[in-house]
Design a protein. Structure first.
Length: 306
């Protein structure tokens, strides 16, 4: 049975998951053929290429794009689907075959991390309209913009991602574990100014999380109250000692770390973060730039195939 959204274009990062995506592509193809889904596969050649491929596919008339890889691949495909805060094509659909070293985005929607099971969700017509974060931040003296599907951070969490990125890929998900320990020691809390719509927080903090979805960091349920279709972003400002970032980890995996006296929770449509010093900014597990930063929710701008 053909998809009601037309033939699929699978945008695959074969190197994701320490080469796992490339190894599993033949089985993905067999599953697509068995389900009589028309498709073609295009493989990325480097950072940012998935965005270019997604944009080209939409310009060529394709409407069903499938990100095959981790959260970084999903982010790049989403960035190819949006322009100036709006969909490039109103009838475009995003599918995800999660197979990278970090596949947290799909967890909020109950989509499988197994590639074979994920292909089953590409059948049928069930869609879930989702919000996306538009992130503005500094890169040198310039202001840059990125669309973030899952979650963003300013501060310690972004420093951890930056340190993890410099570790060997063969470490897989444990890169973030080692990145945490290597970043925690030298990191210093900073005075921050966080504005969430008409609400504000000013004080010393370690980290600021801006979440659209619930999970990040390899299965941590950082934002259990996030509903990525409500037009709002959940904000958590961590004000406790650095050591608390470690002791809370078991609770974060279960989504039981909030409410907490050292975590300020806010929610809103537009979040601005500035600090006494520039703080690193990350989105979907990728270092983006530095504060000052602004995060704006774009309601239901992507139709997710579930």
């Amino acid at each position: 049975m053909a998809s009601p959204y037309g033939d699929l274009v699978l945008i695959a990062n074969s190197r994701a998951g320490r080469g796992r995506v490339g190894e599993e592509l033949p089985e993905v193809e067999r599953q697509l053929i068995a389900r009589k889904l028309g498709y073609r596969i295009v493989e990325t050649e480097g950072p940012g290429h998935a965005t270019t491929l997604a944009r080209q596919a939409l310009q060529d008339g394709t409407r069903f794009l499938v990100a095959v890889g981790g959260d970084g691949t999903v982010q790049e495909v989403v960035n190819g689907m949006l322009e100036d805060g709006r969909p490039m094509a109103d009838d475009a659909v995003l599918g995800v075959v999660a197979a990278g070293s970090g596949s947290d985005f799909v967890r909020t929607f109950g989509l499988p991390g197994d590639t074979v099971k994920a292909v089953r969700h590409l059948e049928g017509d069930r869609l879930y309209p989702i919000d996306v974060i538009e992130a503005e931040y500094r890169v040198g003296d310039e202001i840059a913009t990125r669309y973030v599907a899952n979650a963003a951070e300013c501060g310690l969490g972004a420093a951890v991602v930056g340190r993890a990125e410099r570790l060997p890929r063969w470490l897989g998900r444990s890169r973030y574990f080692w990145g945490f320990w290597l970043a925690l020691g030298p990191y210093r809390p900073s005075a921050v100014d966080v504005r969430v719509d008409r609400k504000a927080f000013a004080g010393v903090a370690n980290n600021v999380v801006v979440a659209n979805c619930q999970f990040y960091g390899g299965g941590m349920r950082i934002s259990p109250r996030s509903y990525p279709g409500d037009g709002l972003l959940e904000v958590q400002i961590s004000t406790g000692p650095k050591s608390e970032a470690f002791t809370l980890i078991p609770k974060i995996y279960r989504g039981e770390h909030v409410p907490h006296p050292h975590i300020k929770e806010l929610r809103g449509r537009e979040i601005r973060v500035d600090g006494a010093r520039p703080l690193p900014v990350e989105g979907d597990g990728e270092v983006l730039g530095m504060t000052p930063a602004r995060f704006t929710v774009l309601p239901e701008v992507v139709a997710l195939k579930i």
